[in-house]
Write a protein that binds this ligand. Structure first.
Ligand SMILES: C[S@@+](CC[C@H](N)C(=O)[O-])C[C@H]1O[C@@H](n2cnc3c(N)ncnc32)[C@H](O)[C@@H]1O
Ligand SMILES: [Zn+2]
Length: 817
């Protein structure tokens, strides 16, 4: 029996931090953010316990585990995985690396740089080219730096340059990989008939790489040799011709596509310079290994699992996840954190061919879990392999312990496959957390359909006692009904027109990833489309200029008068205010983290929205943190808010009404008197619903003016009450009473409110319920002077819709009717 410890679950997204230097040495695809992985490890395992990742990839799980004092097991079928871990962690002093680098430098630097010699067009002196731009296999530009002239720029290729290229073409390279290139269809495409590694490089670069690699192989100390090979493969793709020249970046490039191809304009980069920066640069091995050594104080490699119980703390092997049982004993692992292949979205093995070929590694394509037509690996294969892999994981995990699975696809079929693979092996699904990308660009999100961005973190637990399993899918009608219900629930909960991405993220969570989804079920998108015009309608999203920028989903025929929750953005706004009230100064990430905790999954707001709210309320300090504007600080907000209520009460009395003040606000003081003293005693609110909920909401309205117990006027002061919130409260006062409704706004809020009113549902409801807006300043003018009486109709004269440009002539609200 394992006793169930009290675990503090992670039910919210964690803000991802940037990769630190140790994770920047070498490229790998879909590397997980270290701090998020670390948080999971710390929540779901204890010090000294064993953490496993059978799809270890670049080794983040393993390295974060030992950093946190756990023991790590990392398995991956791709030998690059072990290579990355080994060389990130290997214990070699920076001095040894520097010394060896100096030797290589003495032997090769001038020799290689000579091959890239060019002439400065200004002073005529010999300089070294940083890179060349080739267009359609012809060199046309040389990028160089001249120290004498203090310039760094490009020039046209001249005869001298052509001669240099010719000379290099007849040089005989040392040994280089002869293996063919692998193409296995789907994502990874054969675009230009390239068959060999050699075709990926210019002759000059292939020669330079070959002599560099040759020297590295001569290094006697194997550990050191491997570190330099690590540096070599970290840049070899950048030395290839798969590197497009971007208009804004003329001196460096990147590997852009899952293909062996030559872009129309590509780069030939100086091999020595690439290598030097791979060793000494900001993202080089020296900095990276230093970072690793600082962060990871104990590194003791195990050769077998048993050695982990005998002083060692990390075991990493190139192996098939389906054969986990050969490496790890049953019921021996305390926590699994893993990120399995996402269908065929990333072809890890093809992408690793180039590196592996230089390193002389064999890639076991046959056992790779992926979807890949040319390897005849279809969806069924993928599903079966995953299922077997999770069977293995189930067996090695101790009963009662956790498995966190991260996932990055929204194809319901792939979800279905993954989730089923896990629960059919006996795991209980406990929770799905949507983890948004830290800074998503807002643009792509505005389409009414599309695929999701961000990751899902799914928490499973191995039950204490093995269960009997049955696979029971829902029927198609049930599935479709659940999709529609979930979508409706999400829009209702958000209380605002919602972009497709948010709905999709929410549905994945609501349907528990679609674990009972029938085979061949429609995609969420198709189900929802069929319900446009029935349950849903699409609303235009407009920018501040009123231009339509996208579409959002809304519940057909609904507006805020029949809602019970205010719009999400208002709730988020309040939370941000509270965070800043409490913290005084906070970084964007701190604020985002609180928001992610309070508004998880389908409620997760866009970071762009959070940003615009922050800009509205606060200013950035010199250290990049946010702090409330003086007028937005709590004391100020409360003072002004209460003062406005006081004025409204005064005016109401002068106009001959009985005055009600919101039950919350009655406790506040103005001019040292509690507002309750100027609140009239109202025996009964007539002609309104008398149930306690409705009455409670009515009594929360900031100020009411009544005549014979009938509500004639209602007022909300905007700096604490959102517009949709005001509408929702106000909708408890029946239209038959023809109440006049006013929102009082401070000058600074006007622009913001103008923008908010571009939101179609809000605008429609405002119009329908005939709300008006009054500015603080106008209100103060009305109370000014020593007038004894006041005519309520004067309010209509000063009422105006919020404007974008507050300097412009105001337009009377009546114009909008
Ligand atoms: C999504 S990646 C993991 C990336 C990882 N999250 C990281 O931070 O680097 C999936 C990994 O599964 C590996 N893989 C594919 N088939 C496998 C198999 N049969 N056994 C073990 N690993 C396999 C791939 O090589 C790849 O590294
Ligand atoms: Zn010069």
């Amino acid at each position: 029996m394992t006793k169930k410890d009290t675990i503090q679950n992670i039910d919210y997204a964690i803000i991802a931090q940037a990769h630190t230097p140790m994770y920047l040495i070498h490229k790998y695809w879909a590397r997980k953010p270290h701090n998020v992985v670390a948080d999971y490890i710390k929540h779901y395992s204890k010090e000294g316990e064993i953490v496993l990742d059978p799809f270890g990839g670049s080794g983040v799980t393993a390295m974060e585990a030992i950093k946190a004092g756990r023991k790590a097991v990392s398995i991956d079928l791709n030998p690059m995985s072990a290579f990355l871990i080994e060389n990130t962690l290997s214990q070699i002093s920076p001095r040894e690396i520097e010394a060896e680098f100096s030797k290589l430098e003495a032997k090769l630097k001038d020799h290689i740089n000579d091959l890239y010699e060019t002439k400065c067009p200004k002073c005529g002196k010999k300089v070294v080219a940083i890179c060349l731009h080739w267009e359609k296999d012809k060199p046309n530009k040389v990028m160089f730096e001249c120290d004498s002239c203090n310039i760094k720029r490009g020039k046209d290729v001249d005869n001298f340059d052509l001669k240099k290229i010719k000379e290099a073409e007849v040089l005989k390279p040392k040994h280089y990989p002869q293996s063919g290139l692998a193409y296995n269809g789907n994502k990874f495409m054969k675009r230009e008939g390239k068959e060999t590694i050699a075709e990926l490089f210019t002759k000059r670069n292939l020669y330079s790489l070959s002599i560099l690699f040759d020297e590295i192989e001569k290094i006697e100390n194997k550990k050191l040799q491997n570190v330099f090979k690590f540096a070599f493969t970290s840049m070899v793709h950048l030395a290839s011709n798969m590197t497009p020249v971007r208009p804004t970046r003329q001196f460096s490039s990147f590997w852009a596509l899952q293909s062996y191809w030559t872009p129309p304009v590509y780069m030939e980069s100086n091999v020595w310079m690439l290598f030097e920066s791979a060793v000494l640069g900001k993202q080089g091995v020296l900095k990276g290994k230093e970072d690793a050594a600082n962060q990871i104080t104990i590194y003791k490699k195990a050769k077998t699992f048993e050695e982990l119980n005998d002083g060692a703390n990390i075991l990493f092997e190139t192996a098939n996840a389906l054969e986990l049982n050969k490496i790890v004993p049953k019921n021996s692992v305390d926590y699994i954190f893993t990120d399995p292949p996402y269908g065929g979205a990333v072809q890890y093995f093809e992408l690793s061919t180039l590196w592996a070929s230089w390193l002389g590694m064999d890639l076991d394509y046959a056992d790779e879990i992926t979807i890949n037509s040319q390897q005849e690996k279809d969806f069924d294969y993928y599903h079966k392999m995953l299922k077997s892999a999770f069977r293995e994981m189930y067996q090695v995990l101790k009963p009662g312990k956790y498995l966190t699975l991260t996932f990055h696809s929204t194809e319901i079929a792939v979800w279905n496959s993954i989730i089923k693979a896990v629960i059919l092996n006996g795991f209980d699904l406990e929770k799905i957390v949507y983890q948004p990308p830290a800074r998503a660009s807002a643009k792509g999100l505005l389409q009414p359909y599309g695929s999701a961005v961000g990751d899902y973190y799914i928490r499973f637990r191995k039950p204490d006692v093995e269960k009997l399993l049955s696979e029971r899918a829902m029927d198609k009608e049930t599935y479709e009904r659940e999709v529609v219900m979930a979508a409706k629930g999400i829009i209702e909960e958000r209380g605002e027109p919602t972009i497709y991405q948010r709905i999709l993220n929410g549905i994945m969570v609501e349907l528990k990833g679609g674990r009972n989804v029938p085979i061949g079920a429609k995609n969420v998108e198709d189900v929802l489309k069929e319900h446009i015009g029935k349950e849903f309608e699409l609303k235009n999203i407009k920018d501040a200029k009123g231009k339509t920028t996208g579409k959002a989903w809304w519940l057909k025929g609904r507006d805020y008068t029949n809602f019970s929750t205010p719009a999400l953005s208002e709730r988020v706004g309040k939370t941000i205010l509270q965070v800043l009230d409490r913290k005084v100064k906070a970084s964007f990430d701190d604020i985002l983290q609180e928001i992610f905790i309070q508004f998880p999954n389908a409620l997760t707001p866009d970071t762009a929205d959070i940003n615009s709210i922050l800009e509205e309320y606060s200013v950035k300090t010199s250290d990049g943190k946010w702090r409330l504007k003086p007028e937005q600080q709590k004391i100020q907000r409360d003072t002004i808010h209460n003062l406005m209520i006081y004025h409204l009460a005064e005016l109401g009395k002068k106009a001959g009404f009985k005055v009600w003040i919101g039950s919350q606000e009655q406790k506040s003081k103005v001019k040292n008197k509690p507002l309750s003293e100027i609140c009239d005693r109202i025996p009964v609110f007539r002609f309104v619903p008398q149930d306690s909920l409705s009455l409670e909401r009515i009594k929360q309205i900031d100020v009411l003016w009544l005549e014979d117990g009938r509500i004639r006027y209602e007022f909300e002061v905007e700096n604490t009450t959102g517009i949709s919130e005001a509408i929702i409260r106000g909708s408890n006062i029946p239209e038959q009473l023809k109440p006049k409704r006013f929102i009082v706004i401070p000058k600074e809020r006007e622009k913001f409110l103008f923008r908010k009113l571009q939101e179609p549902i809000l605008a429609e409801t405002i119009k329908k319920t005939k709300w008006n807006f009054i500015r603080y300043a106008d209100l103060k003018k009305l109370v000014g002077g020593a007038r004894k009486t006041f005519n309520a109709s004067e309010l209509d004269e000063v009422a105006k819709m919020p404007r974008e440009n507050t300097g412009e002539k105001q337009m009377n609200l009546n114009h909008f009717d």
